[in-house]
Design a protein around this ligand. Structure first.
Ligand code: SF4
Ligand code: SF4
Length: 335
């Protein structure tokens, strides 16, 4: 495994890290097995979030007794000093540690970012925790280019996390500026939230860019760790075949597709919005019609139940026309 320096933090980390979202689908024992495998393979960067329900606590249990083998990163949606201070304590408890290597402000919009850095904002609590030795470094995660660009000029920001993959290259120029400013760039959504089916191709694309410090595919299965490691470690420039396959993925997915981030939730009508789009993708793209129809039909509330309130669209960081997309989904599934 290749090791890199995470920008200004100086932390030495593996080029492939571990994205902690999918372990919400397994249990603490399964997570422990993953952590043991990662320690054995030399994958030392772990990313989680206060918002990923059991993720921090499963990881905490999983790394007990081998904390020093990992660089722990997490993030919080708190915007005020008081709530951020509480979140940092919760993360420390969940991870069963007295020190977190990197604490990040989780996906603020421009207004929320102002609140974070303003009087009684979350940044004050993060600085205090850093001074007290509870957290080592500070970073930020974003989905909007405007926030990304602003963060580049904030001295306290040591790392930035942003989506970058075969079909989402809008951040490329700013990612390059991270490197120029020695800000560690952490790539989230290398598989575009699961929309890119060929994981190897997706990771080859991301790792071919030297501006990407670390990539954090979400994993919940041991075989995924091995497959992803092989892709990240594969040497050599992208081949003609790989470039052609990437072009094909771009043509197939376009830009209006769901990344399954779930920021649009909760839906007024109780629809699992990203679930609808996931099954629709399997129906349209991957030739798994029967499988997709069974799963879709088992959902208690379906795309056709949308009451057109529009609340979800105000929360989608990709500005997707969710209502129109759900109408199409309802037509295709007939419900
Ligand atoms: S517009 Fe439809 S999908 Fe969006 S929140 Fe309202 S009911 Fe839910
Ligand atoms: S519709 Fe938008 S907010 Fe909702 S999961 Fe998809 S990309 Fe995320």
């Amino acid at each position: 495994m290749e090791y890199v320096t995470l920008g200004k933090t100086g932390l030495k980390i593996s080029r492939m890290g571990f994205g902690g979202i999918p372990i919400q689908r397994i249990d603490a024992a399964g997570t422990k097995k993953l952590m043991e495998m990662m320690a054995e393979k030399g994958i030392n960067y772990i990313d989680s979030a206060r918002g990923y329900t059991v993720s921090e606590s499963f990881i905490g249990e999983g790394i007990e007794g081998m904390r020093e083998k990992f660089v722990l990163a997490t993030k919080s949606m708190s915007r005020t000093r008081e709530t951020m201070a509480k979140d940092i304590e919760t993360s420390l408890n969940n991870f069963r540690t007295d020190y977190i290597d990197l604490y990040q402000v989780h996906n603020p919009n421009m207004e929320q970012l102002e609140q974070v850095i303003g009087p009684d904002g979350a940044l004050e609590a993060m600085m205090e925790a850093k001074a007290a030795g509870k957290i080592g470094h500070l970073g930020l995660t974003a989905h909007s280019l405007e926030v990304f660009e602003k963060a580049l000029d904030m001295d306290w920001v040591e790392t930035i996390m942003f989506p970058y993959n075969i079909v989402e290259r809008q951040g490329e120029e700013l990612i390059h500026r991270c490197r120029e400013k020695n800000i560690g760039f952490i790539d989230m959504k290398p598989l575009a939230g699961g929309a890119i089916e060929d994981g190897r191709l997706a990771l080859r694309f991301v790792c071919a860019n030297p501006d990407v410090t670390v990539v954090i595919p979400g994993m919940y299965d041991i075989s995924e760790i091995e497959k992803n490691m092989e892709a990240v470690e594969a040497a050599g420039p992208l081949t003609e075949e790989e470039l052609a396959a990437m072009e094909q993925v771009r043509k197939q997915l376009g830009t209006n597709f769901c990344r399954r981030c779930n920021y649009c939730q909760p839906c007024t009508a109780g629809i699992n919005i990203s679930g609808c789009f996931l099954f629709q993708g399997y129906l349209d793209r991957y030739g798994l019609g029967d499988w997709a129809k069974d799963r879709y039909n088992a959902m208690p509330v379906k795309a056709g139940d949308c009451v057109d309130c529009g609340a979800c669209e105000t929360r989608c960081p990709y500005n997707l026309p969710i209502r129109d997309m759900l109408k199409k989904c309802a037509e295709e599934f007939g419900a």
